[in-house]
Design a protein around this ligand. Structure first.
Ligand code: ADP
Ligand code: GLC
Length: 477
């Protein structure tokens, strides 16, 4: 099967979070099953630079009146999977992130930028044969690509079917109704059964309504998004398509996230040879300015500073956590308020709490390798990758029971399968309860080692998920 995988980010070309890890790894896993995949993403300047084996660009003309556009063919620099980057300088050649300008606000023309991405995908969908590669199926991801199936629908049949994956229902791509005309959408789609959402246009709803199959990134989140508590207003739409909805748990790329081969950490180690972990812990403590005390459990957090991630619960818990003799390191960027709170906390507990307000891939690996515990206290978490990374690094996860966290971490209370600590309420008190239990186990080296080993031996590789996606594509082509 030929699969066009459309995404707004893909590691290592562009990354702000887990979607990039997925878009880097899933196409590779599909190719190892014998499928033929092409990744399509915008030609952000760094992505264009990093693209390997660049070929002759394919001209698309000016599909939405936003500027001359072309697809630059090439390969992912690490995996060699083929990728097309969508070059349209007025839209994508800018200093700043994929979604945010240098001022930290959304680019005001995101509705155009990602409509263009979707339009380019749809153009490949109908005219791929003229470009030398005709996809059998298009796999679109998150709101940035939600318009793909609408454009295909507008052009009528035969068009390739579309699978649409929700990575996070919180971000829906909601814009004023006036955008319809700017991005070439027929007005008939602005309806309750279409892409209208409380008087607005929702790019995510477009994907949910018009794609042939829907997926999200864990079985538990697939159920949660069908409830008002987690559905962010889309639960009704998703319930109406419950039969088309599949929860497929993300995987881990163990060529990248694996302490046996990780080149971004100072010392490599494995379940049988753990000495390197202590060296990484010392290196982490030195690097971020924590007391270099091997006897103090280090708790790591790496993630976006957003309400979703529950970093505020960890901040509220700090006095008790420090009192238990733990050290804490948080790495992330996001809301100015939470960034400020993290810096203040580091100031209040010097040597005990460290805050690195930065986006740093290498540091994210070092926190995985050098911490004893890794906490993901999320209010909701579609899948979550960092807790799965932590398991492989022998860093016991402390997570809230929600979404993919619930599907991947088993509480220590289960004597056979326990591999971490799970708490239920999104409160600092519940988090402290779980951390206290973790602290107790830390004083029992034999029990601790056994739990580390269990986590490190788990296999969350992409193979299984890739098979599930392949079956899904095969069912509609
Ligand atoms: P989400 O996609 O919601 O942000 P995930 O757990 O799926 O959460 O994936 C987050 C990814 O982004 C992981 O690879 C994590 O290591 C990385 N990450 C998040 N924040 C940072 C940061 N400040 N520096 C480096 N990597 C980060
Ligand atoms: C989203 C979710 C996260 C998930 C990631 C990749 O950003 O917040 O839980 O792991 O997408 O699917």
């Amino acid at each position: 099967m030929k699969i066009l995988f459309v995404t707004s980010e893909a590691y290592p070309l562009a990354k702000t979070g887990g979607l990039a890890d997925v878009a880097g790894a899933l196409p590779k896993a599909l190719e190892s099953l014998g499928e033929n995949v092409r990744i399509l993403l915008p030609a952000y300047p760094e992505a264009l630079d990093m693209l390997a084996d660049k070929g002759r660009p394919i001209r698309l003309g000016d599909p939405l009146g936003l500027g001359e556009s072309r697809l630059v063919p090439g390969r992912m620099p690490d995996s060699g999977v083929r990728a097309w980057v969508l070059d349209c300088p007025p839209m994508f050649t800018r200093d700043g992130g994929p979604y945010l300008g240098p001022d930290g606000n959304d680019w005001p023309d995101n509705f155009k930028r990602f409509a263009l991405l979707a339009r380019a995908a749809a153009l490949v969908g109908i005219g791929g044969s003229m470009m030398g590669w005709q996809p059998d199926v298009i796999h679109a991801n998150d709101w940035q690509t939600g318009l793909v199936p609408v454009y295909l629908e507008q052009w009528g049949s035969p068009v390739p079917p579309c699978v649409y994956t929700i990575h996070n229902i919180e971000y829906q791509g909601i814009f004023g109704p006036e955008v319809m005309g700017h991005v070439g959408l027929d007005h008939q789609h602005f309806s309750l059964e279409g892409i209208e959402f409380h008087g607005w246009v929702s790019y995510m709803k477009a994907g949910l309504v018009y794609a042939r199959r829907l997926t999200t990134v864990s079985p538990t989140y697939a159920r949660e998004v069908q409830t008002p508590a987690y559905g962010r207003g889309m639960d009704g739409v998703i319930r109406s398509r419950a039969g088309d909805m599949h929860g497929i748990l993300n995987g881990v790329d163990y060529e990248i996230w694996n302490p046996e081969v990780d080149k971004l950490i100072p010392a490599r180690y494995s379940a049988d040879r753990m000495a390197g972990k202590a060296a990484n812990k010392a290196a982490l403590q030195r690097r971020v300015g924590l007391h270099e005390d091997p006897g103090a459990p280090v708790i790591g957090f790496v993630g976006r500073f957003a309400e979703q991630k529950g970093i505020d619960l960890l901040l509220d818990a700090l006095p008790e956590v420090v009192d238990m003799g733990c050290e804490v390191v948080v790495v992330g960027t996001g809301s100015a308020y939470l960034e400020g709170r993290c810096r203040d906390a580091a100031g209040a507990f010097p040597g005990r709490v460290a805050a690195e307000v930065t986006y740093d891939e290498g540091l994210a690996h070092l926190v995985q390798a050098g911490s004893d515990l890794f906490t993901v206290p999320s209010r909701f978490e579609p899948c979550g990758l960092t807790q799965m990374y932590a398991l492989r690094y022998g860093t016991l996860p402390v997570v809230r029971h929600t979404g993919g966290l619930a599907d991947t971490v088993t509480d220590a209370g289960d004597p056979e399968n326990g591999n971490g600590f799970v708490f239920s309420a999104a409160t600092a008190a519940d988090l402290v309860g779980a951390l206290r239990r973790a602290r107790e186990l830390f004083d029992n080296p034999k029990g601790w080692r056994a739990m580390q080993k269990r986590g490190m031996s788990l296999d969350y590789s992409w193979h299984r998920a890739a098979e599930s996606y392949r079956d899904l594509y095969a069912g509609i082509t």
